[in-house]
Design a protein around this ligand. Structure first.
Ligand code: ADP
Ligand code: ADP
Length: 226
């Protein structure tokens, strides 16, 4: 687990108006933070700068108290969940979840232990030998999440992970993500343009508009004002 601290973060693409403009935000250890705002407000850019997929024009990004501006994505020990969760169709659920651990060349015993644990958490234990084609949409989404959490990263980053799902599945997955985050207590930053997700998922919500941080507060503070 690690706190994520953004100090006066700026991102300019070319010489236009900054996509992210002097954003300072503190995501506490174990906190579930939502980044919300209309399309084009800079949410994904900010998330990509946390992960290291995008250079920071100016400002400081700290993870676990350490400045990471110059640290490569792979060295940051973060886990990112995208909206297009591509599973490997020819691999079993077990091997899909195990994939990042195989890449990291972990010993077999360790892989088995961690995948088993993760599958239990996500109620996938009975499906470990199946292929993705034989799973429901919700199960596939859980496998994708399993792959993200199995690495035991210091923080989870979600980029609109539910936007391609139908309403019913989206509701189920919201509950699932919330339960999992609370259970694991891992620092989480979750990008969405969906008000319902913003209101129901996070401990706190950061509202972005045109690259500027407009408001930060609990869902209650932001959405139930008199
Ligand atoms: P959001 O995730 O809130 O939809 P983005 O972070 O994707 O917003 O984009 C913020 C702004 O930066 C937008 O104006 C977008 O067009 C611009 N932008 C994003 N990525 C790039 C890029 N690679 N090159 C140039 N402009 C970009
Ligand atoms: P979303 O709104 O879902 O974040 P976008 O359609 O804005 O996605 O962006 C998709 C990809 O295109 C991103 O990788 C982003 O960096 C890039 N992009 C967005 N806006 C621009 C832009 N104005 N110029 C170049 N690339 C862009």
């Amino acid at each position: 687990m690690a706190a994520i601290t953004m100090k006066n973060i700026v991102k300019r693409y070319g010489d236009g108006f900054p996509a992210v403009n002097e954003v300072s935000l503190d995501v506490r250890d174990g906190e579930f933070m939502i980044l919300v705002g209309p399309s084009g407000c800079g949410k994904s850019t900010l998330l990509r700068m946390i992960v290291g997929l995008e250079d920071i024009t100016s400002g400081e990004m700290l993870i676990g108290g350490k400045v990471v501006n110059k640290i490569a994505p792979r060295q940051r020990n973060l886990s990112m969940v995208f909206q297009n969760y591509a599973l490997y169709p020819h691999l079993t659920v077990f091997e899909n979840i195990a994939f990042p651990l195989r890449l990291a060349k972990l010993p077999n015993e360790e892989v088995k232990r961690r995948v088993t644990e993760t599958a239990e958490l996500l109620e996938l234990t009975d499906h470990l030998e199946r292929k993705p084609a034989n799973l429901s949409g919700g199960q596939r989404q859980r496998v994708a999440m399993g792959r993200a959490i199995v690495r035991q990263a210091d923080a989870f980053l979600f980029d609109e992970p539910l936007s391609n799902l139908d309403a019913k599945l989206r509701g189920q997955m919201r509950t699932e993500i919330s339960r999992l985050q609370r259970r694991l207590g891992v620092t989480t930053v979750y990008v969405t343009h969906d008000q319902t997700e913003a209101m129901t998922l996070g401990d706190r919500v950061a509202v972005l508009r045109k690259g500027l941080l407009q408001q930060v507060g609990s869902p209650r503070e932001l959405y139930e004002e008199p």
